[in-house]
Design a protein around this ligand. Sequence first.
Ligand code: UD1
Length: 421
Amino acid sequence: MDKIVIEGGVPLRGTVQVSGAKNAALPIIASALLADGDHLVRNVPDLADVRTMGRLLGHMGCTFERSADHHAASIRVPADVRPEAPYELVKTMRASVVVLGPLLARWGRARVSLPGGCAIGARPIDLHLKGLEALGATIELAHGYVTATAPGGRLRGAVFTFDGQTVTGTENIMMAAALAEGRTVLRNCAREPEVVDLALALNRMGARIEGAGTDELRIDGVRALKPLDHTVIADRIEAGTFLVAGALPGCDVRVVGCVPGHLEALVEKLRAVGAAVTPVEGGLRVVGDGRPRPVQVRTSPHPGFPTDMQAQMMVPLCLADGSSTITETVFENRFMHVQELQRLGADIAIDGKTAVVRGVPRLSGAPVMASDLRASAALVLAGLAAEGTTEVFRVYHLDRGYERIEAKLAPLGARIRRDKA
Ligand code: UD1
C-alpha cells in the first residue's frame, strides 16, 4: 500500500491543470447503458473509481477501453446485457448505484447491490427508489440487493418531488425518465454542475430534457437513444482543492482548465480568508497573503458551499488569526479529518454539526491516516502547510478522486512523493 510523504512549509508557486470531473464522468459512463452501440467519452479522469465503473460495465457484458493516455473511454454496449451490479463492485464505490436507472429504463429490470454504509454517514438510496417507483417500477429489497422491474418492460412518465436534494438520485431518475413513456416532471432536483453535464450528454444522445441546473427537470421520454459522444466538464472539487492550496500563506497558484462559475461559493470564502483570487486565461489565480482570517462556513447543496470542499477548507482555518466555524449540513459524520488535523497541532472542537476551529500560528508534520476521499486531500494540504514531515497513509482513498495529486503538486514546488508504506 502507498503513502504520501510531504516535507511541508514550502510556498507553492506555478500553474496546475485540472482533470475531468469524477462525479460527472461516472454517471455519464453509466448513461451509455441507455443505448446499444459504440460510445465515446472524453476528458475522463484516470482514477480508481472510473476503473471500477469500467469493471461494472464489463461485468454486464459491455466492453470498456481507455485510450493510451487514459483520458478517453470507448464503451461498446451490446443489444443484451446482464442487468446486474454485484456487491463486490458496489461496495467499493457507492456511485455504482447510478446504473440502476439506465438498466431499468433500457431492459425493464435491474438487480443492484445496496451500497451499504459509508464512512461519511448512512447515505441511504430511498429517494432513488421512490423516484423509480413513481415511474411505475416495482422494487423489492432482499439479500442485500434491490431488484427493480418495469411492468410491461417500460417505465412511465410521472410527476415526482424529491423529499431531499440528492445528486446521484436526480441523475438516476433523469436517466430512467429519458426512455420512459411520456413526460416526467421532477421537482426539488439537485442543481450541481455534474447534473447539468449529464443532461447535456443525454440530450446529445437524443433525450429531451429541459431545466437542468434548476430545481425542476422536465423530461419527454423517447423510444431510443443514440450512442454518447461527450467531453466531461472540469472537476470543480479537484480545482477547488488546488485553489485552497494556493490560498495558504505565501502561495501563488494558477488553476487552469477549471470553470470559475462552478466555484463561486468557494472563491467567496477564499477571498474572505484574505486570499486574492483573480480570473486568468483558462482559470483562476490565487495568492495567499499572510495569515488567513477566520470565517464562518456552512455546507449546502449547489450553489452553496460544497460538502466535498469542507475538509480542505478547514486547513487554512486551522492557521487563521482567530476562531472560525464550519457547519456540515449535507452529511452526518463528515468530520473524520478533525482528529488527524489535531495530530498536526490544529485546535478544533466539534459541537454537533459544527466544528469550531481556533487558528494556531503553525502546524507540525506527523503521520496521519486518511479516512475518506476529501479528508485525504485535506491531510495533504495540511502536510504542505505544516513544518517538517507528514506521512499520509491509506492513500487509496485519495486515488479514488485525485489523479496523481503528487505529480500535480510537485511542479508547484511542493516536496511531495509517493512511497511504499
Ligand atoms: C454526490 C457526490 C458526492 C457529494 C454529494 C453531495 C457523486 C458520485 N458523488 O453523492 O461527492 O459529496 O453528492 O454533494 O456525484 N440522501 C437520502 N436519500 C437518498 C439519497 C440521499 O437521504 O436516497 C441524503 C444523503 O444521506 C445525504 C444527502 O441526501 O445526506 C445528499 O446526498 P446525495 O446528494 O445523494 O449524495 P450522492 O449523490 O451520494
